[in-house]
Design a binder for this molecule. Sequence first.
Ligand code: AP5
Length: 217
Amino acid sequence: MRLVLVGPPGAGKGTQAEFIAAHLAVPKISTGDIFRANVSQGTPLGVEAKRYMDAGQLVPDEVTINMVRDRLAEPDASDGFLLDGFPRTVPQASALDKLLADLGTALDIVMELVVDDDEVIRRLSGRRTCRGCGKIWHVEFDPTSKTDICDRCGSELFQRDDDKAETIANRLVEYADKTAPLVDFFGAQGKLVGIDATGPVEDVTVRAIDALRSYGG
Ligand code: AP5
């Protein structure tokens, strides 16, 4: 299955992507994770992306599309994938459709995680991420047993640079301006399914997997 997860910053895309990708046995491809890995390795791509990420802005389409094209050409993505955080603009969505059409395939489903801005702010301001295994935690909603130590692998947790209040506000504006139009774009293709992403993580996962079943997933 070829699936895209879309939703505002903090909707729970990364959290749900892990469970859904495991359920579908496809690779999870997160453009945010790829950018962050490049930032921490200090690559030219990372240096360029960091300027935009720190400001809560989207990285330019051309850079992002080329990066995804390379990633989708890897063998593990040939039979399916879950894209988390891409596409995020109408030009990215058109480029993805074209890229897949050239490969003789197409997206199966675009799942929108629906939450309001107040919940997003609560989630992002308490998010912590593991430096070792990448697991996402929350100080209130999904706390570790020892402060800032991952229960899964024992590594230290960190707070993302773009989870500061001012940057979160910019990311929400970028989402409304550039990403929300994808709901109409994919709705017009009959590929969009929206799910309520509020409530406990496990309940959201059940809703997501139920929705996928009706598409054969
Ligand atoms: P990216 O990493 O994709 O950030 P984002 O879309 O803003 O999404 P987040 O990762 O912040 O949130 P999420 O929805 O994954 O939520 P999570 O599961 O962590 O992108 C970062 C930056 O990279 C962008 O700003 C941009 O600059 C650049 N970029 C990336 N892709 C790009 C693209 N395609 N084009 C251009 N630029 C791009 O959950 C959040 C918190 O909530 C966690 O603490 C979690 O534990 C908690 N939580 C999750 N679910 C629940 C629940 N049900 N109840 C309570 N708490 C919950």
